[in-house]
Ligand binder design. Structure first.
Ligand SMILES: C[S@@+](CC[C@H](N)C(=O)[O-])C[C@H]1O[C@@H](n2cnc3c(N)ncnc32)[C@H](O)[C@@H]1O
Length: 209
């Protein structure tokens, strides 16, 4: 029988927001890859070999390739695997038939849930290690957008960037940080007033024009 790569979404962070199927796969894993924090939180007693997912992605691919010769390999990714995760790189390296994806709750979903906002009409932008194409950032009345952020593009720099592109200062802005954790923060403010609050990075921003 061919072994599989099981890509398990672990949700936004707190174990309560991980689906039971992902929990089961991780609990039963003998070969497990994930971020350092996820490994220390979830690696069970049955894990024979583990691999930290860090900057060295080729090393992770090697770990998976070697592991597949004798067992399934479980790969933990944050949020949902289909939304900006290692799944992209895995799909370039391995055929789809070898990959089983267990969905997770994305931080983006969680942010809209916290705001009690339907997100079917929302534009989704990633400022995580990239900047969306200029044309996508244009202001339009009624526009709703959710954003991934990083250290550079954060709750201070992104509002500034949108103001420079003509978004009105009174545009609603929600800053959603550490979603699902005990120190979760959700701030409702405006683009103009965002700088009156501490800077939050690696959070979700939602603008409602
Ligand atoms: C590489 S993306 C991963 C997205 C992930 N696949 C998902 O579906 O949530 C990392 C970004 O997700 C957001 N993020 C992840 N966990 C978060 C949380 N608990 N609270 C707020 N934002 C979070 C941040 O913008 C962070 O920089």
């Amino acid at each position: 029988m061919e072994h599989k790569i099981i890509v398990a979404g672990i949700g936004p962070g707190h174990p309560d927001y991980m689906v039971p199927e992902a929990r089961r796969a991780i609990r039963e894993a003998r070969l497990l890859a994930g971020g350092r924090r996820a490994l220390s939180q979830y690696a069970g007693e049955g894990v024979q070999e583990q691999c930290v997912i860090g900057a060295d992605i080729p090393a992770v691919m090697d770990f998976i390739r070697r592991g597949l010769r004798h067992d399934d390999v479980v790969v933990m990714v944050s949020g949902d695997p289909g939304y900006y995760s290692l799944l992209d790189a895995l799909r370039r390296e391995f055929p789809a038939e070898l990959i089983r994806v267990i969905p997770g709750i994305s931080a983006m979903q969680m942010a809209f849930a916290r705001l009690a906002l339907p997100w079917h009409e929302a534009d989704l932008w990633s400022f995580h290690g990239r900047v969306p194409e200029e044309g996508r950032l244009a202001y339009a009345p009624g526009r709703l957008a959710g954003m991934l952020t990083d250290g550079k593009y954060n709750s201070h720099t992104i509002p500034r960037l949108l103001l420079e592109r003509g978004w009105p200062g009174e545009t609603g802005l929600a800053v959603c940080s550490r979603l699902s954790y005990e120190d979760e923060v959700v701030i409702r403010t405006t683009l103009a007033e965002a700088e009156n609050y501490p800077v939050y990075s690696h959070c979700i921003l939602v603008v409602t024009a």
